[in-house]
Ligand binder design. Structure first.
Ligand SMILES: *Cc1c(COP(=O)(O)O)cnc(C)c1O
Length: 372
């Protein structure tokens, strides 16, 4: 017996972990700083750690109440109905649910290149195909409605990442609206805002909901409320909970009840829900995280002796020449960054915003490598 034909399926290339690299080099893990996976350098919110400890003794129960509580808190935060909040096992899980709710076998999704590889992987898991739109490097990877619409050919789902990984650029709300307007009625535009908290740009949720008093994202009266835009958010980045796997989709009212038909019986664990609820309430941790990232990306732009693309997220993309060689040399200096060759950018590395100390160390190390 064999699995089905998986020759089109690619493996996800995760950023490398400290333990793995330290073992390979025969060094002490404490000597390394990992700035490869856009994790939170401040760690999780202390409130989330306490909530995880509290919830541990209750994990013999299914997470019925915890699920409902977190959903209600997020609905309140965003000014939408509970049904519009789709909890999932990470942002990746949200992509699976959105595809499961929309794709019939043979339907295609349109994804950015360079871009996050899981969009295409998830489509293939759901017997869908993948088409790409190119983000033009000539224009500094500027994200525009045109670069998407020029490639659009009736795909069922169009994926936008804003702020974008790995470039750090973002779409304007007007461009998202234009894309939604110009694509077919039955095309869903997914706006992946995994890094949304790091930018002051309004969420694309403003195109989907009635209320305009939540975060100012629906400022211009006259925008029509849409039923073809969904937003992805995650607790992995700003909330520092990448290890618990928690994300959520915010979907239009009109088809929000599809969740009940496509989700696994409990999409997020009791521990994840407890940690997420506590983190959501910890504004101080969130603000400190956003400030640290804003400082670090400006510092890297100013101090690195290489071109750095403007970023609205918690990382920067840096043009270094030989990305694999530079990443390897940095690793020997104890700094782990993301070689972007797997994104199709073999001359760029992506560096996560660290603490001040970590960021300064990364900048010094990279400048040394570039000078050598
Ligand atoms: C990190 C990330 C996600 C979500 O990651 P999860 O850990 O699964 O929540 C989604 N999209 C992009 C572009 C990301 O970088």
């Amino acid at each position: 017996m064999q699995p089905r034909d998986l020759s089109d399926h690619a493996e996800y290339q995760a950023g490398r972990g400290i333990e793995e690299v330290a073992r390979e080099l025969g060094r002490d893990p404490a000597e390394f700083v990992k700035l490869a996976s856009n994790e939170n350098p401040l760690g999780p919110s202390p409130a989330a750690i306490a909530a995880l400890e509290d919830a541990a003794s209750d994990v013999h129960h299914y997470p019925t109440a915890a699920h409902a509580d977190l959903t209600a808190a997020l609905a309140d935060e965003w000014g939408v109905a509970d049904e519009q909040v789709w909890l999932a096992n990470g942002g990746d899980g949200v992509l699976d649910y959105l595809h499961r709710a929309t794709l019939a076998p043979g339907d295609d999704v349109l994804v950015p290149t360079p871009g996050f590889s899981y969009y295409g992987m998830s489509s293939r898991f759901h017997h869908g195909g993948v088409a790409e739109y190119e983000i033009p490097r000539d224009d500094g990877f500027d994200l525009t409605a045109d670069c998407v619409l020029d490639a659009y050919d009736g795909e069922r789902v169009v994926h936008l990442t804003s702020p974008h990984n790995p470039t750090g650029g973002r779409f304007s709300l007007d461009d998202v609206e234009t894309i939604a307007e110009e694509t077919d009625e039955e095309t869903l535009v997914v706006v992946d805002e995994a890094y949304g908290e790091f930018t002051d740009a309004p969420s694309a949720l403003g195109l989907v909901r009635d209320r305009d008093d939540v975060d100012g994202s629906r400022p211009s009266a006259g925008r029509a409320k849409r039923d073809d835009v969904a937003v992805l958010r995650t607790f992995s980045k700003v909330y520092g909970l990448a290890g618990v796997r928690l994300g959520y989709g915010l979907v239009p009212e009109a088809w929000a009840d599809a969740y009940a038909r496509v989700n696994t019986p409990f999409a997020a664990s009791a521990l994840a829900c407890a940690a997420g609820l506590a983190a959501l309430g910890d504004e101080e941790h969130r603000e400190a995280t956003v400030e640290t990232a804003a400082w670090a990306r400006e510092y890297m732009r100013a101090e690195l002796d290489a071109p750095v693309f403007e970023s609205h997220a918690n990382f920067v993309l840096v043009e270094v020449g030989d990305a694999a060689g530079v990443a390897e040399a940095l690793k020997h200096r104890g700094v782990i960054v993301r070689d972007c060759t797997s994104f199709g950018l073999d001359d760029c590395v992506r560096i996560t915003c660290g603490t001040r100390e970590e960021t300064e160390r990364a900048v010094d190390a990279l400048n040394e490598v570039l000078a050598a």
